[in-house]
Design a binder for this molecule. Structure first.
Ligand SMILES: [Mn+2]
Length: 228
């Protein structure tokens, strides 16, 4: 299973992206309803962190079964996978970061969920009518998208780590472009309103906390304004 996936263009409907979900699938559904999301033709792309913190983390597999829902792995998916595979996770940290629901599941169930999360790519490239848009959870360690693709295809663990955990770009206010891709959408670090640095869209407006879910049309690179 490759850590990099390319998705063909949607010729029928809209392609929207959303930031971290963290187990708040009901709130997400409400945001989709307000945006007039049509599951018959539209698609939703998640930048990861589907699980932990919110009340509905256990519904993650139900959402991953939806044919219109696509996601990359965030650091919270990485924590769950690492733990289920017997790797080292700071359990106190993981529990306080919302992982209790997972830690308290029977091992067999943890393994079943980890299998599905592990199948998710770390980066995704979606073709649109106007170009190509990348999705990663946190940041790219490279200034070119091609280098990121190659490193992930070779499954470089350090590159994976930056993709899922780094907050460098926002902290440094780094507005340089990631070359070789029209735009990149990320989450991981909450922002009050969507923040664009270079061609990188920071979309985690904390819909899982005290904020709201921002939906970005990744073809037109415009935020979806609720119909209501
Ligand atoms: Mn995160």
């Amino acid at each position: 299973m490759s850590a990099f996936r390319t998705v063909p263009a949607n010729t029928a409907g809209r392609d929207l992206a959303v930031g971290d979900i963290h187990g708040h699938f009901d709130r997400l559904q409400q945001a989709l309803d307000r945006a007039g999301f049509d599951p018959g033709v539209d698609r939703l792309f998640s930048v990861g962190d589907l699980i932990d913190r919110g009340p509905d983390s256990a519904r993650v597999l139900e959402w991953l079964d939806l044919p219109w829902f696509h996601a990359v792995q965030g650091n919270h998916e990485a924590l769950a996978i690492t733990h289920a595979r017997g790797g080292h996770v700071d359990l106190r940290m993981y529990r306080s970061a919302g992982g209790a629901w997972f830690l308290d599941l029977p091992q067999k169930e943890q393994a079943r969920i980890a299998d599905r999360l592990e199948a998710l790519p770390v980066a995704m490239q979606v073709q649109t009518a106007f170009g190509a848009v990348g999705l990663i959870h946190a940041d790219s360690p490279f200034a070119t998208w091609q280098q990121l693709q190659e490193s992930l295809e070779n499954d470089d663990p350090q590159v994976r780590e930056v993709c899922q955990w780094s907050r460098r770009r926002l902290r440094a206010e780094d507005a340089s472009l990631i070359e070789g891709i029209d735009a990149v959408v990320v989450g991981h670090t909450p922002v009050g309103t969507p923040r664009v640095l270079g061609n990188v869209w920071h979309l985690d407006t904390a819909g899982w906390s005290s904020g709201f879910f921002s939906l970005l049309n990744i073809a037109s690179l415009t935020l979806v304004t609720p119909a209501t």
